[in-house]
Design a protein around this ligand. Structure first.
Ligand code: RUQ
Ligand code: CUA
Length: 625
């Protein structure tokens, strides 16, 4: 047995034990007393840390961090290094603060789902680097959303997409944002709606790997194609880049195809897989008419169309798979191991050419592990996810060890480790998943925060920790606390983004927009009432809207301001209506005036000294007879 093989065996035994210990509550720290200083760092270190994270009043951060909000359905925006929370972008959930999910347009986008589970933000890329145009985020409910970074707003939600169930391995984009990728975490019989008994899981349930096509100009997403797979639980993904551009990688757990208590049944084999998909070849096959329509989308069965998908054996129950900045290495972390495996893209190609296979899974060839791996790096227990620096270093989060390991690409040496408080999941380094990582900062996205802040009762926030990676030794700089659930985040140089401050009037193409209070008023067609409303300091015009009970009322609101920060809201009491318009923006809200009475509406966003006076009345006259 090779030295690495032996190390692997030992580590895996240790890891299994450590997982049990961790589950038994090792991670729960005891609470410090209020006001107690418990930093282990010396006071000079603290002074340096304070200086490195202090952004003086009026100064700006160097990076934006876009963090997943998990099942809050939101994306949170932070400034780095200050770790200040700058903004919340609602995506899959109504958000009264910005009126999201209340006006007709955003309500239609949400459909009948009022929650989503955001895991993995993916900034659009050009040549493998962030281009500052869009941010794509997944939802477990089979959807992908596009946020426009020009105004930090959600512009499109695509899905639920057919066949994919539990869209976890998403929303990873390819190096020129050709596709946003998705994958089934929970295999089901496809198409959706088909039923098969659970004891037929191994044969009748299917996973899918999904490509969502992105229009290069508008960012508009559309159905692409899918690949049918055995019922593995697809987990995380990353697109190849540079030498490996054109390939996509996804990890899976449960290659056992087990059901029931997965913590036992799905951890029987020593190895699970990473799927390597030649997506440029799939694109070609689909263009040639290959594949079958299932659930309204083109699905390729790798058994019928060989040469597109291969399986790389990877340490048991892997989580993250991360491609190095040069695209040469694919790093897969088996979360029940003490090592992370580095696969060599060249060797993968050679093994494919030489048919160096050890078997297959439903017709998908399994490559020989020894032929494609370059190293098993002994990073520590419970490796999850890896990010990269500009200088050939890699950083791997260790859930069980609750630490980050820094290691050198090429020599595969672990050179430093820093503890995290507590139990890190993902991590994000500045542009650390692109072709040009920026170094400097890394944020550990931790699962627990207990004892690191004033207690807020049983529902604790998560903690994120800022780490300085500019020197040989990593140094902890700052603790911040976040809403659930920081699965993944990306950090981009602030200067890459160019957000607007107002919507230019000439760009407003809404046919119901009006720009003069003289045009405001109420018109009627049968029992449909249209109220065109102008919002400008400090009046909502008209100041009264009269309708009859039973009317369908459409209110079209235009904020005619062209001044930064001059938002106005339209809160209508008793009717559950709450719309906010940014300067230059028009939104509509449609409702049935089913309750008679007098209902005040008012501006919800403080806008001037006479903001309080910005109010009016909806008068709903009782239906006669
Ligand atoms: S995942 S940590 Cu989507 Cu790693 Cu949650
Ligand atoms: Cu407009 Cu307050």
């Amino acid at each position: 047995m090779s030295r690495q093989g032996k190390t692997w065996m030992t580590w895996s035994a240790v890891a299994a034990f450590a997982v049990l210990v961790a589950l038994a509550g090792r991670c729960a720290p005891s609470a410090p007393k209020a006001g107690a200083k418990k930093s282990a760092a010396g006071s000079s270190d603290l002074a340096v840390a304070a200086q490195k994270t202090y952004i003086a009043p009026g100064d700006l951060d160097e990076f934006y961090m876009f963090a997943s909000g998990g099942h809050s359905g939101n994306v949170y925006v932070f400034g780095i290094p200050s770790m200040r929370h700058l903004s919340t972008i609602p995506v899959y959930t109504p958000y009264p603060a910005t009126g999201y999910g209340f006006d007709d347009e955003s309500k239609a986008m949400l459909g009948n789902l009022t929650w989503g589970d955001v895991h993995h933000p993916s900034l659009s890329e050009t040549n493998g680097d962030y281009d500052g145009r869009w941010l794509f985020v997944n939802d477990m409910n089979g959807r992908v959303a596009r946020i426009d970074l020009r105004d930090f707003k959600t512009k499109q939600i695509l899905g639920p997409i057919p066949n994919v169930s539990g869209n976890h391995g998403s929303a990873f984009v390819t190096p020129n944002t050709e596709y946003s990728m998705m994958a089934s975490r929970f295999s089901i019989p496809i198409p959706k709606g088909t039923v098969a008994p659970i004891d037929k899981y191994a044969t009748d349930y299917k996973g899918v790997l999904v490509a969502v096509k992105i229009d290069p100009k508008s960012g508009e997403m559309a159905l692409g194609w899918q690949i049918m797979t055995p019922p593995f639980n697809w987990d995380l993904g990353d697109a190849g880049k540079k030498v490996s551009d054109g390939w996509m990688f996804w990890t899976c757990y449960n290659s056992e195809r087990a059901t029931g208590k997965l913590e036992v049944t799905s951890t029987q084999r020593d190895r699970d897989y990473i799927a390597a998909v030649d997506w440029k070849a799939v694109e070609k096959a689909v263009a040639e008419g290959k594949g079958d329509m299932i659930g309204g989308v083109k699905v390729i069965d790798p058994k019928k169309v060989p040469g597109l998908v291969y399986l790389l054996p990877c340490g048991k129950s892997p989580h993250g798979v991360d491609v190095s900045p040069d695209g040469k290495y694919i790093v897969g972390s088996g979360k029940l191991q003490g090592v992370t495996t580095v696969f060599n893209f060249e060797k993968i190609q050679t093994a494919i050419r030489n048919k160096d296979f050890t078997g297959d899974e439903d017709g998908i060839p399994v490559l020989k592990y020894e032929s494609i791996k370059d190293a098993e790096v002994p990073v520590g227990l419970g490796p999850l996810h890896t990010q990269f620096g500009p200088d050939g270093y890699a950083y791997t989060s260790l859930f069980v060890d609750s630490a980050i390991a820094k290691w050198k690409m090429g020599t595969w040496e672990v050179v430093d480790k820093i503890p995290m408080s507590y139990s890190i999941g993902h991590l994000t380094a500045a542009e650390g998943d692109t072709c040009s990582p920026k170094g400097k900062y890394l944020v550990g996205l931790n699962k627990l925060s207990h004892g690191r802040h004033l207690s807020v009762g049983p529902s604790q926030p998560e903690s994120s920790q800022l780490v300085d990676i500019s020197e040989e030794k990593m140094k902890l700089l700052y603790d911040a606390f976040t809403e659930p659930e920081p699965h993944y985040a990306q950090m981009v140089l602030a200067k890459t983004l160019h957000p607007i401050e107002v919507y230019p009037k000439e760009e407003n193409k809404n046919p119901l927009a009006i720009w003069d209070v003289k045009d405001a008023g109420v018109t009627r067609k049968g029992n449909e009432v249209l109220a065109k409303v102008v919002l400008v300091r400090s009046t909502i015009t008209p100041t009264a809207i009269e309708v009859e009970q039973g009317d369908t009322v459409k209110v079209a609101l235009t904020n005619i301001e062209q001044t930064t920060d001059e938002l106005h809201g339209f809160g209508l009491l008793d009717y559950n209506i709450n719309v906010v318009c940014d300067p230059g923006e028009t939104k509509t809200v449609t409702f049935k005036a089913d309750k008679a009475g007098v209902f005040p509406y008012y501006c919800t966003n403080f806008c001037s000294a006479l903001h309080q006076e910005m109010q009016g009345y909806l008068i709903v006259k009782p239906r006669k007879g």
